[in-house]
Design a protein around this ligand. Structure first.
Ligand code: MN
Length: 247
């Protein structure tokens, strides 16, 4: 780390402590909060390159989605499959103009380059999986609220109708792929994509996704894809994440 960056970090940490001291009682709790407010060095450095692509942290424990998705499935899915897509992407962009680009840029660049099909497949899968983990939550399911709920009622009739369309899209995707809730201009739609195909490179805004590659469910459900998808839709979908993407 350069002296310049260290200095900036120290200034920020000092400011956080000073701010906490003004607004909080002098206690170990205040000291703890001030410590938590200190920015982590990599995130606070504007000069750090965006790449290379890394495996994003799983937003919950590996057993947090059970029983709908077991810890065993999550361990392989995240630790092996997602990791492999990230590793392959890094390997393929190493030494190229995309080496330090954000994952989204790599996916978009590869999508329009016939010579980079393998890179697209791996980078898009890396991105889709990062989006998928955030589409699920340990206490998910239920129904959207607020502006998202209004749009769901307008475009699908009801939350149940939307859920039925999502399950139908996921179950009817022939072979590997994904089911998505997307925003198309101002209209909500359910779509399905094959293999690594992703709405990220279309003029669609992804809000939620469900992975229907066999590796997403085979350890827990074998061939019963519909049982898996129904459990995901009923117990795990993170409507708050979808609402954030809508905003
Ligand atoms: Mn997957």
């Amino acid at each position: 780390m350069s002296k310049k960056l260290l200095s900036r970090r120290q200034v920020l940490a000092g400011a956080a402590v000073a701010s906490a001291a003004l607004s909080l009682p002098r206690s170990s709790e205040a000291a703890q909060k001030a410590k938590q407010a200190e920015p982590s060095p990599p995130a606070s450095t504007a000069t750090k390159p965006a790449g290379p692509v890394t495996l994003p942290p799983l937003p919950y424990a590996k057993d947090a989605l059970a029983p709908a998705i077991s810890a065993n499935t999550l361990s392989f899915h995240y630790g092996k499959h997602h990791q492999a897509y990230v590793d392959k992407t890094r390997e393929l962009v190493a030494g190229t103009d995309l080496a330090t680009k954000p994952l989204e840029d790599i996916v978009r660049a590869a999508a329009t380059d016939p010579a980079r099909v393998t890179l697209f497949n791996n980078a898009a899968q890396a991105w889709n999986h990062g989006f998928y983990w955030k589409s699920l939550a340990p206490s998910g399911g239920g129904a959207p609220t607020g502006a998202l709920l209004d749009k769901v009622k307008r475009d699908f009739g009801s939350v149940d109708d939307l859920k039925k369309q999502l399950v139908e899209a996921a179950v009817s995707q022939f072979g590997s792929g994904w089911a998505w809730l997307v925003l198309d201009a101002d209209k909500l739609k359910v779509i399905k994509t094959a293999n690594a195909e992703t709405p990220l490179v279309k003029s669609l805004k992804p809000l939620l996704t469900v992975d229907v590659w066999e590796h997403a469910y085979y350890l827990d459900y074998q061939n019963r894809r519909k049982d898996h998808v129904q459990a995901v839709v009923d117990k795990l979908l993170h409507w708050g994440f979808a609402a954030t993407n809508l905003a």
